[in-house]
Design a protein around this ligand. Structure first.
Ligand SMILES: Cc1ncc(COP(=O)(O)O)c(C=O)c1O
Length: 423
């Protein structure tokens, strides 16, 4: 195998051993399967090079690498900040976070002028729910069946999948999960009073790339507004042009009070998330900024990247539409070609889900794809679905190559996965 080095093998073996002993044996096992004994070593654009010298196409990374790996503008911004002031005193004013907040608000047309920066998606889900409860003085929150909003306790209360809630139900209070097909669901709940917020993903990511019906969301927004309930669009996965629009909710004309971004917001280089919201929702934090704060919130290294990331995403927006069209073509007929294992193909833009006949079939395909040179992401809320998340920097040739690998891997799965688990 070209580029294989003995040092690479030794490092990989040591990494798996350390993973097993100090992190999780399961992470070591799945990582070992996916990398065929090698570990990730370096990356650029939509390609990752492993310790055995192989290079794989990255259409996964859990939606973080929308701009690919090591986007030059993002890397340069980090380097500049590293050489000036990477850490904030948190007593003096931090101009880097201030500029990032102004850029982000401007990116959405200043409809949502107030900003809070976190590191992970769950951080801003937490603050959104906290603000909605404090600003309304109400306790109840509405989320959606199939929705995923993170795993910290506050965010987990909104996450629907029982996989992550088991054993913790007593801590996950005052959240009702709505039927996403019921336009009257919000009205029924708000009529009873005490509802602070309704939170939804316009396109559910971890549930397998499931777009929610815009007309249902429109009705929910109207009913929430009439009852003083805040509407929060969690676009941590589907926003920032992953599904075409800067904000899916705002592009669909939904009058939301808050939009949440994360994952690719730090350019795929640093962890960064953000809540954008109205003055009314932000009022408790405007009155007391220490009501919700974190040592590394608004970190200069991550915030320095943001003003570079947004124009980079915009520059690629038209190309993203072309890639989306190519994906339509590549995935067209997949179900008909593989009726034994493929049940459905879903999604929008550069967020696509292929639903298989069983979790075993899906898991098998993920591993087969990785071995054949294509990284994809499984779905945290729906183990039968495999997600394709091509970066905006991928090319028509990358999509064609991915489609080819996909077809072959599914063909092998059809022959290999035992009939019982193939459904
Ligand atoms: C829509 C959505 N919200 C929130 C989160 C939680 O983000 P994080 O894992 O960064 O905390 C995720 C993560 O997948 C997500 O997809």
């Amino acid at each position: 195998m070209s580029g294989t080095s003995r040092a690479g093998h030794a490092d990989a073996a040591e990494a798996f051993d350390q993973l097993r002993r100090h992190l999780s044996p399961k992470l070591a096992l799945t990582g070992n399967f996916a990398g065929r004994g090698a570990v990730e070593e370096r990356a650029e654009g939509c390609r990752v090079t492993l310790s055995d010298g192989r290079t794989v196409l990255d259409f996964g990374s859990y939606a973080v690498t929308l701009l690919g790996h090591r986007h030059p503008a993002a890397v340069a911004a980090v380097r500049r900040q590293l050489d000036t002031m990477p850490t904030s005193t948190r007593s003096l004013a931090n101009p880097v976070a201030a500029r990032a907040a102004a850029c982000l608000s401007g990116y959405l047309g200043d409809a949502l002028p107030k900003v809070y920066f976190g590191l992970n998606g769950a951080d801003v889900v937490e603050v959104a729910v906290k603000l909605a409860r404090l600003a309304t003085g109400r306790g109840r929150v509405l989320a959606v069946r199939g929705g995923f909003h993170g795993k910290s306790l506050g965010a987990l209360a909104l996450t629907h999948s029982p996989l992550y809630r088991v054993g913790l139900l007593g801590c996950l209070t005052d959240v009702v999960h709505l039927d996403p097909q019921d336009p009257q669901a919000v009205l029924r709940e708000v009529a009873g009073g005490q509802v602070a917020a309704v939170v939804f993903e316009p396109v559910q990511g971890e549930n397998g790339a499931v777009p929610l019906a815009t007309e249902v969301l429109r009705q929910w927004c109207a009913d929430a507004a009439r009852h003083g309930t805040f509407v929060i669009a969690d676009e941590i996965q589907c926003g920032l042009r992953r599904c075409g629009a800067r904000s899916v909710a705002l592009a669909d004309g939904l009058p939301v009070d808050a939009v949440l971004f994360g994952k690719p917001l730090g350019g795929g280089v640093l962890p960064l998330s953000a809540l954008l919201c109205t003055e009314r929702m932000y009022a408790p934090l405007a009155a007391d900024p220490f009501l919700h704060s974190a040592t590394f919130g608004g970190h200069p290294l991550a915030c320095a990247v943001l003003p570079e990331v947004l124009p980079a995403i915009e520059q690629l927006a038209d190309h993203g539409r072309v890639l989306s069209g190519l994906l339509d073509g590549a995935l067209d007929g997949l179900r008909e070609r593989h009726p034994g294992v493929v049940r459905e193909v879903r999604g929008r833009g550069l967020l696509r889900g292929i639903d298989f006949s069983s979790p075993q079939a899906a898991g098998w395909v993920v591993m087969e794809l990785a071995g054949a040179g294509l990284l994809v992401s499984p779905c945290l809320g729906r183990p039968t679905t495999v997600r394709l998340l091509p970066p905006l920097v991928s090319t028509a040739a990358d999509i064609a190559r991915a489609a080819e690998i996909l077809d072959t891997a599914i063909e092998v799965a059809e022959r290999t996965v035992p009939a019982a688990s193939a459904g």
